[in-house]
Structure formats: structure tokens, C-alpha cells
Design a protein. Structure first.
Length: 632
């Protein structure tokens, strides 16, 4: 009985499924991870129909077909991925390029092929050794668990594509072991195949991924003299460190146009070819960091003198440097990715001026919410860093990303760790029409109301630069001195005030002028309990607060707005669509269509070799699994 081989096969199949999520997050975007579960189910479902129809024929040839199916799983896992990433698919062109839906379907079918072969081997084994299904299933589950754990470990030591090749070798080894377990006559062939796989793997390891040209890493590499100088992999992301030898990197989101100071030399760090953060060169000259005072995130340092600062999402350390520049006495830097922290602390520690060795700085490797929930400290300032990339955020590619940083419950947790006179500061990108800044403001209003504050407007202050916004939430009410300091801060930097207690319409929209003072108007509506609900319903985008039950902060899509956007197609309105959500819908539709063709139709057209009369209609079973697929 093929216990060891089925264990290895199951480990490889589960690891492959999880690895595909990582690979597609790198070469495309995070939302493709949702497609993996459905295409895995498609592969298993299509094979189920095949086994049901040709069961007797296949079982007669079990000794030959079982190892062959494992071999095909291993080979197709690499070949199909290489073919898939070479397809000219681009999610941003899905609506105006008629060929893109076909390329998406091709991508979907290609990546389902390895799961079809893995399912073939498992289903054949279950059918052949049905009397011992308990033992087989136990080894199958054991392999699945080991495969998941194995992948996590491999992601720390190998690049994602190299792991794909390793999984191919595991599959070929499983096929060879299957030959011994079944005393196959094809042992020589299986041995040669395994050796050939090792040779191919040797020459394939180190191959690079073909990343979408629209991701920020590829755009940065178009700059003359820019190169990747370092790479690190982990389950949390693939880090690429980029250096520009000719044109210096200048990453300062929303930097005031009045700023005279330039950023120091920087190294760019990209996570999954996007979400750029930078490591600043620190030569010990304090004025090199004067540019950080001209970001909207510097506002809280001008209202008070925060001494104990918590930075959530430390990244490359710019937020930490900003706090130290403003003479903070103690800075706690929380970063979830230990490899990113290691870059700043060790690999490029000297370049960064040993930032995390500074006696005023405490580095914590933890998830932001988890750290704040477990902390007993009270901070003068909690700063939630700007973690995502502007291009991906603006085009709605994060629409399906779960984010527990900006939910109603998250803000409530943060505020419990802020001193009464302190601030919770959150910076976001400015997108037009306004979306996430308004959603964040609405979340803050709801959080304050739930904590018993009757007039939340007195506890909020919102400003915007030409590219970013910063919202301050204060447990106590803002004082006149703080409001005056905020006015001076914005005037010096040509930033706009969007809301402060007692603000008038004439104070808004002075520098970065919009057709209407949209941010101020939204603030007025959201602070009025009688107007807020109506404003939510009538606004073109979904800006109701995200919660831990529905942590999709970046989901702004409303179906009723779709016709209007499509009518404005000729006026460049398509960037207003959330491509992540659109791809999900397209994937769901094609999953239904392909499932009907590959699973249902064969069962209807050909009579299955079935020894049991069905007690439930095929339609009901299909609807049940489609709902299960949709829920995943």
C-alpha cells in the first residue's frame, strides 16, 4: 500500500497550493491568492468526474498510472507556472482589452493542471485500497500538515521559485518510492526520471520571476543605474533591496513643495515587488533628516512635545528617524517582518547609522495589534506608518486585502494606550475622489462615539498635503494652542487643514485646491449623526468603517457606481475601479463556467461507473460546493 508516497504527494500538493499564493502575490498582486483555492478545487473536481466515469479502466492499470500521475504533478507544477507567468495578462486592462478575460481563463486552467494530476494519484489510491481507506487518509492528512509546515520553513531559506523546483523533486521522489511500494516494473524509468529531475533542478535553481511591469519594483528598475543588490525571502514576503548608483532614490511621501532639505542617500526595500520603504543613510548629521519635518506625519511633533513614541510598522526606519529628529526621548519601533528589521539592524546597520542600536530606540518584532493589545504602557504618540504603495492603493489592488490595522476595534485598542493629552496619528495616501481618508475619519468618529464621547469632532484633527493626509485622534479635546500650532504648521508647508474643532469652510482648500472642499464637507457630514448615514448611502464609494468581522478597509467598491464609471470610460475613469474586486468577480464567473464544463457536463454526457444510486441531485451538490468556493 503506497503510504509513504501518498504522504509525500499530499505534502507537495499542499505546499504547492500555498506557494502559488506567494508566487502570484509577487508576480501579480495579492488578490490572486483567492483564485488558488478555487483552481485547486477545480483540479480535484475535474479528476473526480474522470475517476467516476473511467474507474474500472483506470484501476486495472493502477500500478502504472499511480506513479505516472505523481510524476506529471511534479513536472506540470513547474512547467505550468512558467507558462502562466509568460502570459500577457494584465489585470488593469481587463475591461478594455477583449483578450484579457481569455488570458485570465488560460492562467486559471494552466495552474489547475498540477492539482488535476495530484488528485488523480490520490483518488486512484483511495479507490484501489478502499478497504484500508483509514490508513491512507491518515497518511494523506499527515502529508498535508507536514507540507504546510515545510513550506513555511523553506520560505525562510530559499527564494520562491527555487522552492517550486524543490517541490518538483519531492514529487519525483514520491513517484520513485511509489514504484518500490507497488513493486512496479517501471522502476528503472522512474529512477531515470528522478535523476533527470535533479539535473534539471540544478540548472533551473536561481531563475528569476517575471514580475508585472506595473509593480513599483519594475518601474524603479527602469531608472538608469538602479539595481537589486540583495534579496531575502520569508513567509511574510520577498524583500528586494535596491540601490541607485546614478540617480539617487528620493522617497518622501507627500513632501511639502516648500521643503528646501533633500533626503539623504537611500536604499529602497520592496516587499513582493511593491510597498516600498527606504533605509536612510545616517552619517550622524542631524540636518540630513530635516526633510522629515516637511511631511504631514510630522504634525503631532509640533502640537506638543511627545517623548514616548510608538511607531507601528517601522519598515526601513524613517518614522523612527522622524521621532528622533524631533527629540523624542524613547521610541518603540514595532515591525512584523524580522527580515526587514534585520536589514536595518544588521545587514545595513552601519549605513543606517546603527539606528536600532540607539539607546533611545527599542525594536520589537511583533504584529502591531498584538503588541498594542499586550502592552501596558501609555504613549504620548502612537504613529501608524504609511505602509502600502500609492500606485497599488490608488488603483484598488488592495480591495481584497484584509487589514486589521484600520478597523474600528483597532483604533479603540490604540486609543487605550494613548495618554489623555497624547495623539494617535495615522497617515494615508490622498486619492481623488476621496476614499480611504474619509473611511478612516468615519472609523475614528465611530470609535470615539463608542467610547462614550458625545462630540468626537473636538477630538479630531485632519490635514492633507498634495499626496498624503494625516489624521490625529486625541483622547482629550484639542486645545486652542494646539489648533493654532496646526495652522502654523500647515501654513509653513502649504498643507491644507481638512478638519479641526470649530473650523469654518473658508479655512479649507487653500493650497492644494480642489473643485470643492470635499474633505471638510465629508467631515461635517460624518460628525453629524443625522447626516452620516445618508452620506454613507449617497457617496460614490463605500466608506463605512471596517470592522474585525469585515476587515476590508481598502474595499470602496459600490455596484451602483459601476455604470457611471463605465460611461466615463473615454475620460480615463477606469482607474476608479477596484481591480482586485473586479478580478475576484471575473474569477468567480469563470470558475462557475469551467466547473460546469469540466465537472458537471462529463457526468451528464457519460454514464459514470457508479455502484450507488445518488440520493442528492447533482445540481444541489454543485450549488453547495459553489457556495463553499465563494465563501473561501
Amino acid at each position: 500500500m503506497p503510504l509513504i508516497s501518498i504522504c509525500l504527494l499530499s505534502a507537495g500538493a499542499l505546499a504547492y497550493e500555498l506557494l502559488l499564493m506567494r508566487l502570484l502575490s509577487i508576480i501579480q498582486w495579492h488578490h490572486f491568492a483567492y483564485m488558488i483555492i478555487s483552481l485547486a478545487l477545480l483540479g480535484y473536481g475535474a479528476n473526480g468526474s474522470l475517476i467516476a466515469i473511467f474507474r474500472k479502466y483506470l484501476l486495472k492499470r493502477f500500478t502504472a498510472l499511480y506513479p505516472l500521475a505523481i510524476v506529471m504533478f511534479g513536472l506540470s507544477s513547474v512547467v505550468c507556472f512558467l507558462l502562466a507567468q509568460s502570459l500577457p495578462f494584465n489585470a488593469e486592462e481587463l475591461l478594455w482589452d477583449k483578450t484579457q478575460p481569455l488570458w485570465l481563463l488560460t492562467l486559471y486552467l494552466l495552474l489547475a493542471v498540477p492539482f488535476f494530476f495530484a488528485a488523480s494519484a490520490i483518488a486512484l489510491a483511495f479507490s484501489r485500497f478502499g478497504a484500508n481507506i483509514g490508513r491512507l487518509y491518515a497518511f494523506d492528512l499527515l502529508g498535508a500538515g507536514l507540507g504546510s509546515l515545510m513550506l513555511i520553513g523553506l520560505l525562510f531559506y530559499f527564494l520562491p521559485f527555487d522552492i517550486l523546483v524543490i517541490l518538483e523533486l519531492i514529487a519525483l521522489l514520491a513517484a520513485l518510492i511509489a514504484g518500490f511500494e507497488l513493486k512496479s516494473k517501471n522502476l528503472k524509468t522512474l529512477s531515470i526520471t528522478f535523476i533527470a529531475g535533479i539535473v534539471i533542478a540544478y540548472f533551473t535553481l536561481g531563475s528569476s520571476l517575471k514580475i508585472s511591469e506595473y509593480k513599483s519594483l519594475n518601474k524603479t528598475l527602469l531608472i538608469n543605474g538602479t539595481e537589486i543588490i540583495d534579496q531575502h525571502s520569508s513567509p511574510l514576503g520577498l524583500l528586494n533591496v535596491v540601490k541607485s548608483n546614478i540617480i539617487p532614490l528620493r522617497h518622501a511621501p507627500g513632501l511639502s513643495l516648500n521643503a528646501s532639505a533633500e533626503p539623504p542617500l537611500q536604499l529602497g526595500v520592496f516587499t513582493d515587488a511593491s510597498n516600498m520603504t527606504v533605509i536612510n543613510q545616517d552619517k550622524g548629521v542631524i540636518k540630513d533628516f530635516a526633510y522629515l519635518d516637511f511631511l504631514s506625519s510630522a504634525l503631532p511633533y509640533h502640537l506638543n512635545n511627545p517623548q514616548n513614541v510608538l511607531i507601528l510598522g517601522a519598515g526601513g526606519g524613517a518614522g523612527v528617524s522622524q521621532a528622533l529628529y524631533h527629540k523624542a526621548n524613547r521610541v518603540t519601533a514595532v515591525e512584523i517582518n524580522p527580515q526587514l528589521a534585520n536589514l536595518v539592524q544588521n545587514d545595513y546597520g552601519e549605513f543606517a547609522g546603527n539606528l536600532y542600536q540607539n539607546p533611545k530606540v527599542k525594536l520589537v518584532i511583533d504584529e502591531a495589534r498584538g503588541f498594542v493589545s499586550g502592552s501596558k504602557q501609555k504613549f504620548d504618540l502612537i504613529q501608524v506608518a504609511l505602509l502600502d504603495a500609492f500606485a497599488a492603493s490608488a488603483s484598488g489592488l488592495y480591495a481584497l486585502n484584509e487589514s486589521y490595522l484600520y478597523t474600528l476595534e483597532a483604533l479603540n485598542t490604540y486609543l487605550k494606550r494613548v495618554k489623555p493629552a497624547g495623539y494617535l496619528a495615522i497617515s494615508r495616501w490622498i486619492k481623488l475622489p476621496p476614499r480611504d481618508t474619509l473611511k478612516l475619519f468615519a472609523t475614528a468618529v465611530s470609535t470615539l462615539r463608542q467610547s462614550g464621547i458625545k462630540n468626537p469632532g473636538k477630538h479630531l484633527l485632519l490635514i492633507r498635503s498634495w499626496q498624503t493626509s494625516t489624521l490625529l485622534i486625541k483622547p482629550d479635546e484639542f486645545t486652542k494652542d494646539e489648533i493654532n500650532a496646526a495652522k502654523q504648521f500647515c501654513h509653513k508647508r502649504s498643507f491644507d487643514l481638512a478638519w479641526y474643532p470649530g473650523m469654518q469652510k473658508t479655512d479649507a482648500n487653500q493650497y492644494n485646491r480642489l473643485h470643492e472642499p470635499y474633505f471638510y464637507q465629508a467631515a461635517m457630514a460624518l460628525l453629524n449623526p443625522g447626516l452620516a448615514e445618508n452620506y454613507f448611502d449617497n457617496y460614490k464609494f463605500e466608506i463605512k468603517p471596517a470592522t474585525d468581522d469585515k476587515p476590508y478597509f481598502f474595499h470602496f467598491f459600490k455596484w451602483k457606481t459601476l455604470p457611471e464609471i463605465l460611461k466615463l470610460k473615454a475620460k480615463a475613469s477606469l482607474p476608479l475601479l477596484e481591480w482586485g474586486y473586479l478580478v475576484l468577480i471575473a474569477t468567480l464567473l469563470q470558475a462557475v463556467l469551467v466547473s460546469l464544463i469540466l465537472i458537471i457536463l462529463p457526468l451528464k454526457a457519460l454514464k459514470p461507473e457508479n455502484n450507488h444510486k445518488a440520493k442528492i441531485s447533482t445540481a444541489k451538490v454543485f450549488i453547495y460546493f459553489m457556495r463553499l468556493l465563494h465563501n473561501t
